[in-house]
Design a protein around this ligand. Structure first.
Ligand SMILES: C[S@@+](CC[C@H](N)C(=O)[O-])C[C@H]1O[C@@H](n2cnc3c(N)ncnc32)[C@H](O)[C@@H]1O
Length: 164
C-alpha cells in the first residue's frame, strides 16, 4: 500500500508532518484532487470508521491542510472516506487531545489498524514525539486492529468515549 497526501500547503511547511514524510521518501504529495490516487481517504468527517476491512486498498490518502480549513467541504477527494476511531494526539500542538491528529499520526494509526505496526513505527520514527503516539494509544490501536469491520471498531470506540 502506497502512502499519499493531498497537500493543500496552507500550514507552516517547516512544521508540516507530510512535508517531512516526503523528504524521507515515505509519502507522495499531490497538489490537486485530480492528481491524487483513488484509495482510502482519512477524513475526520466521514460517516464510516476505518477498520481492518479497509486494509486491501492500494493507496492510503491523507489531506494535509490547517485545522482551520479542514471543514467537511475540503474533503472533496474521490475515494473511500473513513474517520479514525477515538485516539489521542501526541504531537506538541494537540498533545492529549482526542481526534485532531497530525497527518503522520493519522497515517500511522491507519497502518496499525491494518496490522502494519512496524511500518507505523518507521513513519513515526522521523518525529521525536512519534513513539509517544504509539505508547499513548497502544491499547485502543491493538483492539481496533483485532476488529472485523467498522461496526466492531465503533463499539470499542464507545468504551473510550464513555471514559472521557
Ligand atoms: C487537518 S491535517 C493537519 C496536518 C498538520 N498540518 C500536519 O503537519 O500534520 C491532518 C489530516 O490527518 C488526517 N486526520 C487527522 N485526524 C483524523 C481523524 N480523526 N480521522 C481521520 N483522519 C484524520 C486527515 O487527513 C486530516 O486532514
Amino acid at each position: 500500500m502506497d502512502l499519499h497526501v493531498r497537500y493543500e500547503g496552507d500550514d507552516d511547511p517547516k512544521k508540516c508532518t507530510a512535508k517531512k514524510l516526503e523528504r524521507f521518501d515515505m509519502a507522495v504529495l499531490h497538489g490537486s484532487d485530480r492528481e491524487t490516487p483513488y484509495g482510502v481517504v482519512l477524513n475526520p468527517h466521514a460517516d464510516r470508521a476505518l477498520s481492518p476491512a479497509d486494509a486491501d486498498t492500494s493507496a492510503l490518502v491523507a489531506l494535509d491542510c490547517s485545522w482551520e480549513s479542514a471543514g467537511e467541504a475540503m474533503f472533496s477527494l474521490p475515494g473511500e472516506h473513513r474517520a479514525l476511531p477515538y485516539l489521542v494526539a501526541a504531537n506538541p500542538v494537540n498533545f492529549g487531545h482526542p481526534m485532531q491528529l497530525t497527518t503522520v499520526e493519522a497515517i500511522a494509526a491507519a497502518l496499525c489498524i491494518f496490522g502494519e505496526k512496524t511500518r507505523a513505527e518507521d513513519v513515526l520514527s522521523k518525529f521525536n514525539w512519534g513513539h509517544t503516539f504509539l505508547e499513548l494509544n497502544e491499547e485502543p490501536l491493538r483492539r481496533y486492529s483485532e476488529c472485523a469491520d467498522s461496526t466492531e471498531v465503533v463499539e470499542i470506540q464507545r468504551e473510550y468515549l464513555e471514559r472521557e
